[in-house]
Design a protein around this ligand. Structure first.
Ligand code: ATP
Ligand code: MG
Length: 608
């Protein structure tokens, strides 16, 4: 196709300015796939032919029928003679390392499932997990799935209130945590949570209260022989809360059948091969850390690296080098932090094992894709999905040219479209390339949520005329690549233009002083809304009027006067969710003195 037609590259739409030469419109992939032949050498051909039955055939299913995530992720590999392969390589905060083979993991989850039965939990009962990335977290999630229980992993940094509301809403029956977290966060909540009958604490330390028992006494002492519960594709598996970026978090209900999508996306979007060493940096408190930090890599039979420590560029680079990570899945916020520190920190590291890097969670600025190539010799492959979709939907896959700034194309089995909602509640598909509208997906696919817990009306609102409406605005180019514009709630309407914050933030990111940017609309009597940017600077740059003028000028040159911010405010950090998403709604509420809404997922120190 004519590359000049790429909406982002050509600044089509409102922008009207070409991207700087340093950001190529396209990063071509070696034909034939480079070092390792991709699982999907011809994405378009597979998309045309794909049927979810192919994914089901690749999996085992339970003896006697049925489907269970834990069986596909663990027991199946042992039965196939791969029990000695390392399933989880855990790296503790102090640098200590523990390997669990698939056979070890099968034993451990068998014990956990047996222990749950011993405590009287039945299939369908809710098991919550609140702890750092310790090996027991992985055993608990998979063991509970094996027992047919429904799992909700919570982020260990949550305060008592977000924990209590989620446990109440999700009807938590058993919680796995540590003694310290129990004392600090749970003990005071017990009266509010009468249904929470059992607490298992992992590790040493005091923890006392009704139903509190030690993991060592209950799980380690159990026999490892639990049979897998007779779940099927429609049995509920996980209850995952959304990030709360746009408002009060929703509890998305998922089912065991999602494992088909975990298998397919692990193979096709992340290109996992049997001997890969995979590392997903997300915490299992968020859906990425469960779908891709636990399930997909194990279903694909690879070695899954788990790093207990939080982000630290030196530690991360050390892990990549020492563990010889081959496939790495991370997020824009972390990439921007690495960019802020500079590629110099990578000097002298041998990262030759790394062959595929992917990113999710927020729009990935074109600048970041290109930085990946400069710093690691590989571009980051952006992909898009949501808690609701359960798995990756749109991706830049291994065999496909990357257009920096685009989230890629729909994966096999996924049908996407750009639609416009009419006042009558109906939607119309926008066929024309480059035209903005809401990103919609055609259900069903196996990992689609089956509901929002206790919120039928909120769930029903996500559907119209056979489409699932994602709440994100996007456009598709003539090659079928999708380009994120912004969340519907964040889009700015100014003098008849629809402005996506991502476009403005990405232009600001191209300036060498900018580490991070968050863009909002401020009500204006004349033009509706005017664009305002909040900017965090890289080390070595000082906020001041001169830099403000320079950035405003840079943005105007890149975006045109209609789209460029009218004002810029410097901030040491931008407010983010604990999963690392910029909370534009909070920037806006604070700017306008409006109620701040649900802040349960706000990262308290706003440092990242
Ligand atoms: P809430 O729905 O509670 O407001 P959330 O939407 O942030 O929170 P998640 O399900 O964790 O909760 O995030 C999904 C959203 O993240 C997507 O709808 C999209 O807005 C954003 N997102 C994820 N990946 C990408 C990407 N590659 N490019 C752009 N945006 C992305
Ligand atoms: Mg959402």
């Amino acid at each position: 196709m004519d590359e000049g037609k790429d909406p982002q590259a050509a600044g089509q739409g409102e922008a009207g300015a070409a991207a700087p030469a340093r950001i190529p419109a396209r990063i071509a992939k070696p034909r034939g796939g480079g070092r390792v032949a991709p699982n999907m050498p011809d994405p378009d051909a597979l998309c045309a032919d794909f049927d979810w039955a192919q994914a089901r055939e690749a999996l085992a299913g339970l003896p006697g029928g049925g489907l269970n995530i834990a069986h596909e992720a663990v027991d199946r590999h042992v039965a196939d003679g791969r029990g000695a392969h390392i399933a989880i390589r855990w790296i503790g905060k102090g640098g200590d390392r523990r390997d669990l083979s698939y056979a070890d993991l099968a034993q451990a989850i068998g014990r956990f499932a047996r222990a749950l039965r011993g405590l009287g939990l039945a299939p369908g009962d809710r098991v919550f997990v609140l702890m750092g990335r310790l090996p027991e977290l992985y055993v608990a999630v998979l063991g509970a799935l094996k027992a047919g229980c429904v799992v909700t992993p919570l982020f260990s940094a949550f305060g008592p209130e977000p924990i209590a509301t989620r446990c109440e809403m999700g009807d938590a029956r058993l919680l796995v945590t540590t003694p310290e977290l129990y004392r600090r966060k749970i003990a005071g909540l017990r009266e509010r949570l009468p249904g929470l009958k059992h607490i298992l604490v992992v590790g040493d330390g005091d923890a006392e209260g009704p139903g509190v028992q030690r993991w060592a006494d209950v799980v380690d002492a159990a026999a490892a022989d639990a049979a897998t519960a007779a779940t099927d594709a429609e049995s509920m598996s996980l209850l995952h809360f959304t990030s709360g970026t746009t408002g009060r978090p929703k509890g998305a209900i998922h089912v065991h059948g999602a494992v088909l999508a975990h298998w397919a996306t692990g193979r096709y979007a992340l290109d996992l091969h049997d001997d890969d060493i995979f590392w997903c940096t997300a915490d299992p408190g968020w859906v990425t850390g469960t779908s891709y930090g636990i399930i997909a890599p194990l279903v694909c039979g690879v070695t899954n690296v788990v790093v207990e420590a939080e982000f630290d560029a030196q530690v991360w680079y050390e892990v990549l080098e020492r563990e010889r990570v081959t496939v790495w899945y991370t997020a824009p916020t972390a990439i921007r932090m690495m960019m802020k520190l500079g590629a110099g920190l990578l000097a002298g590291r041998d990262l030759s094992a790394l062959r595929f890097m992917a990113s999710v969670g927020e729009p990935l600025n074109p600048e970041a894709v290109v930085w990946g190539q400069q710093a690691f010799g590989l571009p980051f492959h952006d992909n898009w999905w949501q808690t609701e979709t359960g798995g990756i939907m749109i991706a830049n896959v291994a065999a496909m040219d990357i257009k920096p700034g685009s989230m890629g194309k729909p994966l096999p089995g996924i049908h996407a479209a750009i639609v416009r909602r009419g006042d009558d509640g109906h939607v119309a598909v926008v066929d024309e390339p480059g035209v903005e509208g809401e990103l919609a997906l055609a259900p069903p696919w196996p990992s689609m949520m089956r509901g929002y817990l206790n919120e039928q009306a909120r769930y029903d609102k996500c559907f119209a005329d056979g489409w699932y409406l994602t709440g994100d605005l996007a456009k598709r180019d003539a090659d079928g690549y999708y380009w994120f514009v912004g969340r519907a709630d964040d889009v700015i309407k100014s003098a008849g233009h629809l402005i996506g914050p991502f476009e403005v933030e990405s232009a600001l990111m191209e300036h060498p002083a900018v580490a991070e940017a968050g863009v909002i609309g401020i009500p204006d009597p004349t033009v509706g809304e005017v664009v305002k940017a909040f900017v965090a600077l890289k080390p070595g740059f000082e906020p001041g009027e001169a830099l403000q003028r320079e950035l405003l000028g840079h943005a105007r040159k890149r975006l045109g006067a209609a789209v460029a911010p009218k004002s810029i405010e410097f901030r040491a950090n931008l407010p983010k969710t604990r999963s690392g998403k910029i909370m534009r709604r909070l920037l806006k509420a604070r700017e306008l003195g409006l109620p701040e809404g649900d802040l349960s997922t706000l990262e308290s120190d706003e440092k990242k």
